[in-house]
Design a protein around this ligand. Structure first.
Ligand code: KIV
Ligand code: ZN
Length: 405
């Protein structure tokens, strides 16, 4: 990395098809993964983690199929730090033009003692051996120190330096259990990034157990990380991973504070979220940032009035920039006449002041009874009013005709 532009470039490593897919309700078939992979490619992710080939036949096939069908994409396959895993990952990636083997082992004392039952030296040796083996198959190797945020810092640095010497160009320091805080993570990432120097890409991978995955990822970027691992809609183990759309859009909308760039075509964010929702068994919650159904919906009357006068009063992100055609007004009992008139205009009705008053009266009656008034209900109110007016006008005309007879 040389120019200042390059130094500000953040690589987006999408793991929707691996960490995302391995969580409950999110499993995908190979054809579904392929459909999603095409969308992720359109979105412009830099690296696509397509699966964990040793975990299942389906994962192996998905990595292979994506490598074959999207040869221009950098495809990653996950493997534990064992010979069998690395070989399986390499096998699945064999059709890829830009393969990456992503190998990992836990480094925290908790994981060493209870899960791996291995010493620090053993783990370090296995990490190095896995990276060396992976480098025999591919040029691009990433190493992850699982549970990095609960790992002793000196030992973590020792492992990082050893895997870099063994040939890893990317070192990922996951907050596997979503335990870190932005200031703590920034300190850790900043320290390791400075020690490893600018030739090594320090990557972050945050889980959302405390709702801090996006904040932690961004704090880490500001501290020197240049790869962020994330998923569409934030799906992933337990409370999920950092949401790709949040990480990318925060860097874009708040580029004054976070002057970093990605190659994401942001207008594909919403379509990607929608496609994923159609494939897995749940969508983002309605109030999910950027892609939830209510993310750009203004209901309170004061908000709607301000928004209609000037969008920037209540909207800091242009919905079009994430692929949503326009901000949606949700009409309910808090809405005022201004919003109702605009909604009617969107529906193709121009109302006079007395007409608007009449429709507003009917609208409030519905809004008092139920949550939210639909476009269909508003359309019906207007049509009923217009029909009543037409009947009255007809009656007046026939009365006038009778009078003139
Ligand atoms: O959360 C985690 O630590 C992981 C690694 C395998 C990267 O998903
Ligand atoms: Zn993870």
């Amino acid at each position: 990395m040389n120019s200042s532009e390059d130094r500000q470039r953040v690589y987006i490593f999408d793991t929707t098809l691996r960490d995302g897919e391995q969580s409950p309700g999110c499993s995908m078939t190979v054809p579904e993964k392929l459909r999603m992979a095409h969308k992720l490619a359109e979105l412009g992710v830099d690296i696509m983690e397509a699966g964990f080939p040793i975990a299942s036949e389906g994962d192996f096939e998905a990595v292979q199929a994506i490598s074959r069908e999207l040869p221009w994409v950098r495809v990653a396959a996950l493997s534990r730090a064992t010979r069998l895993d690395v070989e399986r990952a390499a096998g699945a990636l064999s059709p890829a033009r830009h393969p990456r083997i992503h190998t990992f082992i836990a480094t925290s004392d908790i994981h060493l003692k209870y899960k791996l039952k291995k010493s620090r030296q053993q783990v370090l040796d296995e990490a190095v051996a896995a990276v060396e083996l992976a480098r025999r198959f591919v040029d691009d190797v990433e190493f992850s120190a699982e549970d990095a945020t609960r790992t002793d810092l000196d030992y973590l640095l020792e492992v990082c330096k050893a895997v870099v010497a063994a040939g890893a160009q990317t070192v990922n320091l996951p907050d596997t259990v979503g335990y870190s805080t932005p200031d703590e993570y920034a300190e850790q990432i900043g320290f390791i990034a400075r020690e490893l120097g600018p030739e090594v890409i320090v990557s972050v991978h945050c889980h959302n157990d405390l709702g801090l995955a996006t904040a932690n990822s961004l704090a880490a970027v500001a501290a020197g990380a240049r790869q962020v691992e994330c998923t569409i809609n934030g799906i992933g183990e337990r409370a999920g991973n950092a949401a790709l759309e949040e990480v990318v859009m925060t860097m874009r909308v708040r580029n004054d504070r976070l002057p970093y760039t990605t190659r994401i075509n942001t207008e594909h964010l919403f379509p990607a979220s929608q496609l994923l929702t159609g494939i897995i068994s749940f969508g983002p919650q309605p109030n999910k940032a950027l892609v939830g159904a209510n993310a750009f919906a203004h209901e309170a009357g004061i908000h709607q009035d301000g928004y209609l006068k000037e969008k920037s009063t209540y909207e800091v992100i242009d919905p079009v920039s994430v692929g949503i055609p326009e901000g949606r007004l949700v009409l309910g009992k808090h809405s005022g006449r201004h919003a109702l008139r605009v909604k009617c205009e969107h529906l193709g009705y121009t109302l006079s002041k007395p007409e608007l008053d009449a429709v507003y009266k009917g609208f409030l009656e519905i809004a008092d009874r139920k949550k939210g008034v639909t476009d269909q209900e508003i359309g019906a109110l207007v049509r009923t009013l217009k029909m009543g007016e037409a009947v009255q006008a007809g009656e007046r005309r026939s009365d006038a005709a009778i009078a003139s007879d």
